[in-house]
Design a protein around this ligand. Sequence first.
Ligand code: GLN
Ligand code: ZN
Length: 764
Amino acid sequence: MLTQNLGYPRIGGQRQLKKACEQYWAGKINFDELSQVARAIKTDNWQTQLEAGIDLIPCNDFSFYDHVLDTSLLLGNIPKRYAEVLTGVKGNSEIDLYFAMARGYQKGDLDITAMEMTKWLDTNYHYIVPEFSANQEFKLFSENIFSEFTLAQQQLGAKAKPVLLGPVSYLLLGKEKEENFDRIDLIKKLIPLYVEIINRLKQLGAAWIQLDEPCLALDLSKIEKEAFEYAYRSIANRVSGIKILIATYFEGLLDNTQLAVNLPVAALHIDLVRAPEQLDEVLAFIPNYMTLSLGLIDGRNIWKNDYEKSINLINKAISKLGADRIIIAPSCSLLHSPIDLEAETTIDPEIRNWMAFARQKLFEVVELKQIAQGDHTLLAANKAAIASRRTSVKVHKQNVKDQVAAITEADASRKSPFPVRQQLHHERFSLPAFPTTTIGSFPQTEDIRQLRAKLKKGDLTPEQYEKAIREATVEVIRWQENLGLDVLVHGEFERNDMVEYFGEQLDGFLFTKNGWVQSYGSRCVKPPVIYGDVSRRQDMTVHWITFAAAQTKKLMKGMLTGPVTILQWSFVRDDQPRDITTNQIALAIRDEVLALEKAGIGIIQIDEAAIREGLPLRKAKHPHYLDWAVKAFRITAGGVEDQTQIHTHMCYSEFNQIIEHIAAMDADVITIETSRSQMELLHAFAHFKYPNEIGPGVYDIHSPRVPTTDEMVSLLIKASALLPAQNLWVNPDCGLKTRKWPETKAALENMVAAAKAAREKISV
Ligand code: GLN
Ligand code: ZN
């Protein structure tokens, strides 16, 4: 019996990678210095896994920005528009090309937009979407995978296992950039390069290679299934002497079980946390040469493993396959899990004893193997922890459970239909055509972050902190007034994070000191932990929003985070269904909405940035999720008067499959990401004849690039061709928190100019 890990967090225990990348982008350190930071993180990670006793340890799981982008560079899939970055600018090297693809490039005469970014399956990690053209060629470009393997080998010997995104998922997770071809047909061109790469790794001494094929656990068409068969049969024909492990995760194999177990590879990894029920079927059909990797430890959450449950699954697998054909593993890469619980010294010890971070999960993997081999002494402590969580009064609150049980249909509906409300809003707000607004946050500068740090350290009194945040708020309000924005925001300076801010004020949440997880590139998030029944103690935002509203005659939007997003961006309870937890949060946010309305705030935005990413990966599970997710939003908004305008905001998403449910949320105004995809996403809204008002983002806030007025006007023209112009708002793609001031000011000035031009050019 072996143990393995599928991937380890790469940001570093102190977020060293984030800091180093940002310094490199700012020109403060050179690539050598950046590489040294990277190398230290890798060697530390390998040491940790070695010391934990893991048998197969991943390498090439490190990335400077994103592992899918790494794969594109490895395969030489570099869109033509970036060629100049490397060839046209003296001193630029591969890393500059790489970051240009990730972040866009605006220097000298070059002005190139970034590649599209989207959520990695159902996680809050974002990857850079590979682009494919009809006559796409693949050719080995980056040598990183080989140098990283060689480095790993020096430290780990035969335990070093290179990890690479598999060929079929690589294609499926990308996008055609031309009409009239299907990217899956590129598999024939792609396989020879995979063969070349695998053979080279073998020559370097790799005994195993892990090919991640998460798409094997998704709904697949016939052609996609055939691509899997073709890919792995071709690889098997041309590669020998290295064991290929296909890793699936986040869903069960279900109808793809036969396909998966019949692929000619040495081992298959399945996720038994998300889909424990798949074990029986896999065991029934797995051929006798194949090893099964059991994904038992939850790589997506922070709870301790229930050893008793896992041992049952292991024993079942042993009785069918024998211990030799079993590998014990986390369910997926630990990329999605914070690094080390040891660093958390302030969590209530009773609750902390229920938790495990990446490093602890490695120990769990090894302990499960030891228990399976007969060391039962390890069971007792685990059993006690699991039992204490099940009955703790810190978790279970009867009054909260009763309130959720009492929710009615009427609680989840506005009083009148949208056209009636829209009329009332026109009368109340008298906004111009193409009203301008922003999504909520303004740049969280170092100064603002320092204020919070100083408050925490006691270097600032709460009064001093409050005063400084007020000043920043007033300043941003004046700035918005001068710019001529129509609906203002307060800037969210008092918020560290849109979920954490609410979680801190709600019962049932706890916070870590250092539980960072990579979200995209250098951006990390520190998700709260929902450990118990959730309730609201008091007003959470009224104080700040009313202060801001009092500073201006203009309209001020109240800003809240929605229940699905709070759930989605937290580590959630695994001891009750997600919809129950969401409804508990929905009731809390509903009370906050009503408190804002009572305080005279006429426009309230309830961000549901994450509603799309919560969508289950398998279609069969969509209806149930959409049902409760939409209802939770409606519960938050359902209590207000018709005159109150409810906004919602969603981050980049494919809306096609879910547009009717977005409409069912019945927000008066929705703002969405659309600019990186050049308004492509709007087709779904147009096709559906989306009835309510909508603000398609006219510029990409994930890149420092400043968009021109003209380019935003043409996006608005595009949008007006698709949707009734009188329903359109003008706004950026998302909040501006991660941006710097100079680019924010320049971009918003251009945006307001674009709205003015649109009012002249486009008839409403
Ligand atoms: N109101 C939030 C902000 O502007 C929304 C952020 C988001 O959608 N991720 O920061
Ligand atoms: Zn957003």
